[in-house]
Design a protein around this ligand. Structure first.
Ligand SMILES: *Cc1c(COP(=O)(O)O)cnc(C)c1O
Length: 390
């Protein structure tokens, strides 16, 4: 018997791992309408509240007036417009790298960069908690692929002694499900002393870390020498969509020649690039959003600590509450939802087994009072759940 999909689905349901999509009826924001219910949301990656910013929306409309809607072709054929090009120039300047290449999504950026840089006979070493797109890219590349212990330069060093060919060390900048920062200075030193290149995917760091929102490399002051391959995504703090890879002139030319997810896909709508240019300006110049976020993070951590909740070692807007059991995480999420708060339960395989969590994310669009409401709802919901037997 083949394709017994109903058995697979039933098994997933029984393990409390079944996924459902909340249906969003409002714009993205901290106040959302989901499945007909008004909710205060703490689960988007719109960390700066730019996804529905009027200036960004206006720039998108202007972009549509100037360039129409569709990209119409791949970049190499006739889909590379002045809007895309202007955004690439601005992203290069922002990241302090010679060039940047615009990609249609972060998933594709990671797939493109890794498969263009390493293949058979080469080595790719990744943090074991890296984002799924990086792990998939490592497998697809055909290079020897090994994962080192989370954020552990010693574990990386051991694997480097067994590496052959061109060696790429890949890490999230901010770990997407835990919120902690990669120990980049130490990881970069270890990689460089073995002649390996470092690639950082800073999807969650751009906009939040660094004085001008330049992410983890700005936070640690790391240039092209330390981090030759830098990836950012545009669907999180930037509030739009797409991604970019920043690096040397030669790196970008190599990607244009060899990165299949760049070559064989239609360019993103030019108007979207135009909107991102606007959001980049807001992200860099209006640092009050980062300052406000920091205040919200401190308030949440202090309050959650008082409630005895298990926080993770995170200085970022990603503030997961570790629950452990998937069913309990679902119950907590449902209890919060009855109180008007939306936070999804993140379960395996997105996170390791036994580490289901509520991935609380804060946004500069939240107010202090929103955080207080969340803390109160958490306290009430926890009080009505049966004791945990962990
Ligand atoms: C979200 C995310 C991606 C994927 O980016 P998309 O543009 O949404 O495809 C890649 N890497 C990390 C670490 C992410 O969190």
């Amino acid at each position: 018997m083949s394709f017994d999909l109903s058995a697979r689905l039933a098994e997933r349901r029984a393990a409390h791992l079944y996924r459902q999509r909340p249906l969003l009826e409002s714009p993205q924001g901290v106040q959302v309408t989901v499945d007909g219910q008004q909710l205060l949301a703490f689960c988007s990656n719109d960390y700066l509240g730019l996804a529905s910013h009027p200036q960004v929306a206006e720039a998108m409309q202007e972009g549509v007036r100037r360039w129409g809607v569709g990209g119409g072709a791949s970049h190499l054929v006739v889909g590379h417009s002045t809007a895309h090009h202007a955004l690439e120039d601005a992203l290069a300047e922002f990241t302090g790298r010679p060039r940047a290449l615009l990609m249609s999504s972060g998933y594709m950026a990671n797939l493109g960069a890794i498969t263009a840089l390493v293949g058979q006979g080469d080595t790719v070493l990744q943090d074991r908690l890296n984002h799924a797109s990086l792990l998939d890219a490592g497998l697809l590349s055909g290079a020897r692929f090994s994962r080192y212990l989370h954020n552990d330069p010693h574990s990386l060093a051991q694997r480097l002694t067994r590496a052959s060919g061109n060696t790429l060390v890949v890490t999230d900048g901010v770990f997407s499900m835990d919120g902690d920062l990669a120990e980049l200075p130490a990881l970069c030193r270890t990689a460089r002393s073995a002649g390996a290149w470092v690639m950082v995917d800073d999807a969650h760091g751009f906009g939040c870390l660094g004085d001008s929102g330049g992410g983890i490399v700005e936070h640690f002051g790391l240039g092209l020498e330390e981090v030759p391959v830098l990836v950012g995504t545009l669907g999180k703090s930037f509030g739009t969509a797409g991604a970019f890879i920043a690096g040397s002139e030669e790196l970008i030319e190599t990607l244009i020649q060899f990165a299949r997810p760049y070559i064989y896909t239609t360019s993103q709508p030019p108007a979207l690039a135009w909107a991102t240019l606007r959001s980049l300006r807001l992200l860099r110049e209006e640092s009050w959003r980062r300052e406000h976020l920091r205040a919200l993070i401190s308030r949440f951590r202090a309050g959650a600590g008082e409630l005895g909740l298990q926080l993770m070692d995170s200085p970022t807007p990603i503030q997961p509450l570790l629950i452990g059991d998937s069913e309990r995480a679902l119950q907590l999420s449902a209890g919060l939802r009855r109180r008007g708060i939306l936070i999804s339960a993140i379960r395996p395989p997105t996170v390791p087994r036994g580490t289901a969590r509520l991935r609380v994310t804060l946004s500069a669009a939240h107010e202090q009072a929103d955080v207080d409401r969340l803390l109160e709802a958490l306290q009430q919901t926890l009080a009505e759940l049966p004791e945990s037997h962990q």
